[in-house]
Design a protein around this ligand. Structure first.
Ligand code: DC
Length: 223
């Protein structure tokens, strides 16, 4: 197995931006595990499957093959040959993904795929449970967090840039709900691994957070 960098944390903490940059900087492959839950929700909805039907959603997940390609600022997500990048990045699909991800059978299938994808290369995996469940033996575990206000503002900015019309209050409320959903579920709840390095990104720009992470990596590598 190659080296694994786990980037966990709640939504809007800066995980995607940092993971993409790290992947480019270090030459590791990038796996966006949130995109996998989002795609599972999208395809299940399109197939008319009730999202609370864990058996059926898990069955569907068994037939999925993912690939991720970074192009400029965008991570292109392809599932079974279809580019789902745009379709999964909506406000609603985030909430659907959070609901689908509560199901242990669905998690089992997607975690299996994540281990297979990540186990073959040096890889950066971004998610909620990478350091705790998917790769507890990861070489580096980072847990990014930020204040609710700042996370909501970042998400709001992203959505507005894409022309989605949610208000800041709506975005904040959705993030709050998703936090509760993700951190109180029974299977693999969102929480930092005991040995994770916790980085609060509130008020920090991307280059500051990147430098902090790279310093941790260099420090360990120079031992
Ligand atoms: O990171 P994101 O917003 O794209 O993730 C969407 C949802 O997927 C998130 O609210 C919870 C779920 N998820 C998960 O349960 N485990 C992961 N490793 C990644 C995401």
């Amino acid at each position: 197995m190659g080296r694994i960098i786990a980037i966990d944390g709640p939504s809007g903490a800066g995980k995607s931006t940092i993971s993409k940059l790290l992947s480019e900087r270090l030459g590791y492959i990038y796996i966006d595990t949130g995109a996998m839950y989002r795609t599972a929700a999208l395809l299940a909805l399109e197939a008319g499957i009730d999202l609370s039907n864990g058996d059926r959603v898990a069955q569907l997940c068994k037939s999925l093959a993912f690939s991720f390609r970074i192009e400029g600022d965008t991570v292109h997500v392809t599932c079974n040959g279809r580019d789902v990048t745009e379709a999964i990045r909506t406000h609603e699909m985030g909430m659907h993904a959070s609901n689908v991800s509560k199901n242990p059978q669905v998690r089992e299938v997607l975690v299996g795929l994540q281990r297979k994808l990540g186990g073959q290369h040096d890889a950066i995996l971004e998610g909620r449970d990478i350091g705790t469940v998917v790769f507890p033996q990861a070489t580096f575990k980072f847990y990014l967090d930020a204040s609710m206000e700042e996370r909501a503002r970042r998400r709001y900015r992203e959505l507005t840039e894409k022309g989605e019309g949610a208000s800041l209050e709506e975005v904040k409320e959705a993030i709050r709900k998703r936090d509760i959903n993700d951190s109180t579920r029974k299977t693999a709840p969102l929480k930092p691994a005991e040995d994770a390095i916790i980085i609060d990104t509130t008020g920090k720009d991307i280059s500051t957070v990147m430098e902090e992470i790279l310093q941790h990596i260099r420090k360990r590598d120079s031992r």
